[in-house]
Design a protein around this ligand. Sequence first.
Ligand code: NAP
Length: 244
Amino acid sequence: MKLIVTGATGFVGGEVVRLALQDKSISSVVALTRKAAPVPKHVGPEADTSKLKSIILEDWEHPYPDDVVEQLKGADGCVWTLAVTPTKSKEASFDEVTKICYDYTVNGLKMIASVSNKPFRFIYTSGVTVERDQTKTLPFLQDYRLMRGRVENFVLDFASQHATEVQVSITKPGGIEGPGHPKNEALSSVWAQFGPTPWLHVSELAAAMIDQCLKGVSKDTLWAEDLKKIGSGALKTEDYVPLE
Ligand SMILES: NC(=O)c1ccc[n+]([C@@H]2O[C@H](COP(=O)([O-])OP(=O)(O)OC[C@H]3O[C@@H](n4cnc5c(N)ncnc54)[C@H](OP(=O)(O)O)[C@@H]3O)[C@@H](O)[C@H]2O)c1
């Protein structure tokens, strides 16, 4: 399988790359980023780092250049983790955050799906607080949460318009722990309002998303409980990235 990973320089995307390099079912890992994606720390001894190709894209809003498209051709799956997280969203204007979260994803899904193998699996990393219902009034981060909800709606609509060719899943984790990202239990009660939301280890989230690309999408929306089950089931103890 050929796998594309966006956001590969980030917390979640970096772990997707690390696990994908160790997975013998994956022959090619294309990191599509704005700056070079390094080989992640803690790759296991069985990892084949030669499978990683780092492709730089400068303009994410318009049709991708031919040389980039050439490298993306024939992908079987894409894990999209590129986004501005709620915490970082305060560092830029809402228009800029919308461009990165919404426009880049819409353009990226169209571009990548148009040159992919079929069926193509697109796994979009979102969050438990993201709201699809645009009529709702939300008590915190309303504009951001609704905007991310519009991304989810676009991804789901795209799949229904390309039913035999494109499968999608939206992952909606709450807390994710990993290296440099300790648990923050204070947020657990916020997430609990959205239903059972166990903390995920970043390896569990990454493994679950890779699993959906490899085996096919089991549900179009995967909540933290689903992700924990799928991810922990796919991992051996030694596959988990150390927390420190
Ligand atoms: N972290 C959590 O606890 C958590 C919890 C629930 C849901 N999520 C969701 O999981 C997803 C990934 O989060 P994360 O924690 O991995 O975020 P992250 O560490 O901030 O990584 C974000 C990635 O997006 C890329 N990116 C941001 N702005 C960009 C731009 N203008 N152009 C190109 N690339 C850009 C970053 O690239 P650069 O390295 O070049 O900046 C980086 O690779 C997000 O959708 C987030 O909402 C995260």
